[in-house]
Design a protein around this ligand. Structure first.
Ligand code: OGA
Ligand code: MN
Length: 285
């Protein structure tokens, strides 16, 4: 079986076939997938009926799986979060404000883990339980967005550094610092990242933005916030966005270095349960 990719969006996103994630993937397959992530940004693996052990074995091929330490989202598994509304027994997750806020915050355009250093590199999200009409997850091509900028603006912003903070993204949805556990507050000091990143495999530049992106280092706060807002609006225009539809057992993997994403709304009326895992960059960015 050899890996095949079919591009789904105009500029990015592909489906992958010729792979069975119930079995360990080879180093060669992993390296092909790394290149595909650099080329397509988002990969959709259809109909992969895997459990935790297989998902863990898969993500580990790409690096040390991230420890999922946020108390508010804990699943009891050291490397998974659940994105959704029910626990492993199908029981609605307790209505803890912080957890509900995280789920709501997923509807803001973001890259995973830009609020930590080193940031998250890749995410793999597996659909375990879906509502009857599963809401899509939307992705934005941040390389295409960079390319669309006027040269003068490219020159102006290349080299800038941005402060990313979980408190900034959560403030947007009405959450205060006091709503986080003490542990989380200790783990989540704001961090700086470049506004423009170069992908190590393709050499292509892209905007690095997220709901966590607060302001530009060395600029007046308001000016930096206005720039981040302007660039985020630009980068999430329809021509840069692709909506990924969910089917049972699909696994979607994305490259957080040059894509942004957001959840579209879902209600608690029908269970939704997505198993989330990720690998971080090995060095600070
Ligand atoms: C995520 C995320 C979006 C969704 O898993 O990181 O943002 O549609 N999910 O659940
Ligand atoms: Mn996310």
């Amino acid at each position: 079986m050899s890996l095949r990719f079919e591009q789904l969006g105009k500029t990015f996103v592909a489906s992958v076939s010729g792979i069975d994630l119930r079995r360990p993937i080879s180093t060669e397959q992993q390296s092909t997938l790394e290149k595909a992530l650099a080329k397509y940004g988002v990969l959709v693996f259809r109909n992969q009926p895997i459990g935790d052990d297989e998902q863990q074995a898969f993500i580990e091929k790409f690096g040390p799986p991230m420890n999922t330490t946020l108390k508010e989202l804990a699943t009891g598994h050291p490397h998974f979060y659940d994105i959704g509304t029910v626990d492993d027994n199908g029981i609605p997750t307790p209505e803890i404000k912080a957890r509900q806020m995280y789920m709501l915050a997923n509807q803001l355009w973001h890259t995973d883990g830009s609020q930590v250093q080193p940031p998250i590199r890749l995410t793999a999200l597996h659909a375990r339980v879906l509502p009857p009409e599963p809401p899509p997850t939307q992705f934005a091509d941040m390389h295409a967005a960079w390319n669309a900028l006027p040269d003068a603006q490219k020159r102006e912003i290349d080299g800038l550094k941005v402060e990313h903070s979980i408190y900034w993204s959560r403030q947007k949805i009405g959450m205060g610092v006091d709503d986080f556990s003490d542990e989380t507050r200790e783990q989540r000091a704001p961090v700086d990242h470049p506004l423009v990143r170069t992908h190590p495999l393709t050499g292509r530049k892209s905007l690095y933005l997220a709901s966590h992106a607060s302001h530009v280092i060395g600029w007046p706060i308001d000016k930096g916030r206005a720039l981040i807002e302007e660039l985020t609006e630009l980068a999430t225009q329809p021509q840069f966005v692709f909506s990924v539809d969910w089917q049972p057992h699909n696994l979607v993997m994305w490259d957080n270095r040059w894509t942004m994403h957001r959840a579209t709304p879902y209600s608690g009326d029908h269970p939704r349960k997505m198993r989330w895992c990720a690998v971080r960059e090995l060095e600070p960015v």
